[in-house]
Design a protein. Structure first.
Length: 293
């Protein structure tokens, strides 16, 4: 089988981690080199392209690291290169819909990195509960960590991935805790299917907590995302103290790059849609606009 030639554009803390993933999958891919619009990694000694044109000539797919201009990403799609984008935030602009449509038309694989979703096993959970009605995320940091806010965008993205549809209504509320600068945040989402998601983030709590509860058709689930435990209640079954399904098969966050890139590589190889594509980022962008309005 002909190897997929993958190049890197840009630099980030994950540069070496992504390189190691490609080495693990060397039966499918080969590293063709890199182009650095800014600083390059220390001790980098492999092929360095002088331009994107040179990179395109020697590559089938491009991994974009760090803050990359959207035009560079769009140009790569136009020349029919598969793309992996490490920083979803570079896409959070009205142009993301154009880029998503462009990727569909070009029939290329476009995957976006969201490592926490892989760590939480959202892909497995989505497969397990196809008819979700209600989602409840609860995140609480121990007050000793002295956080002032909780980033709940991964929970919003996870809700979108679990339901698999567009958000049609969204609201967000803030409630001061301890001081005016420390706030609890509650986000409520409603989807096209009438499924809902409620997300609570508490930066100063009595306990360290992170759990997900799901109400689906003829199913209830409780997933402790900290302890990596998964309990499920189905007809004629009861919740027990034992794991119904464990999340412990996934490694710690530091090694998550292998799951995302593995998904990307297999999507190219098998001509299948990546788990987190530009289409899902369009849904996230539209949801965030609703929350800001």
């Amino acid at each position: 089988m002909e190897l997929i030639k993958i190049a890197f554009v840009g630099n980030s803390d994950n540069f070496e981690a992504y390189r190691k993933v490609l080495e693990r999958h060397n039966e499918y891919v080969t590293f063709s080199g890199a182009w650095f619009p800014g600083d390059k990694p220390e001790n980098y000694s492999d092929r360095e392209f002088s331009s994107m044109e040179d990179l395109y000539a020697e590559s089938d797919a491009v991994i974009f690291l760090g803050k990359i201009r959207r035009k560079v990403i769009s140009d790569s799609i136009k020349v029919l290169k598969h793309i992996f984008i490490e920083d979803y935030d570079v896409l959070m602009n009205a142009e993301v819909k154009y880029m998503s449509d462009l990727a569909v038309e070009a029939k290329i694989m476009a995957q976006v990195s969201f490592p926490k979703i892989y760590f939480w096993g959202i892909e497995d959970i989505a497969d397990e509960y196809p008819m979700i009605r209600n989602i409840f995320f609860n995140r609480e940091y121990l007050y000793l960590q002295q956080r002032q806010e909780v980033d709940i965008i991964p929970e919003i993205m996870s809700s979108i991935m679990l339901v698999g549809e567009d958000v049609i209504r969204a609201s967000r509320s803030f409630y001061p805790l301890i001081s005016k600068r420390t706030e609890m945040q509650i986000v409520n989402l409603e989807f096209v299917t009438k499924a809902t998601s409620s997300i609570t983030g508490i930066p100063v709590g009595f306990f360290e907590k992170h759990d997900l509860r799901i109400i689906a058709e003829r199913n209830l689930a409780y997933i402790d995302l900290r302890k990596r435990e998964w309990h499920s209640l189905r007809p004629a079954k009861a919740i027990t103290g034992n794991l119904i399904k464990g999340l412990a098969g996934l490694p710690e966050v530091g090694d998550l790059e292998q799951f995302e890139l593995q998904d990307f590589i297999y999507s190219i190889k098998e001509n299948s849609k990546p788990f987190i594509s530009l289409e899902e980022i369009v849904r996230l962008y539209n949801c965030m606009k609703l929350l800001e309005s």
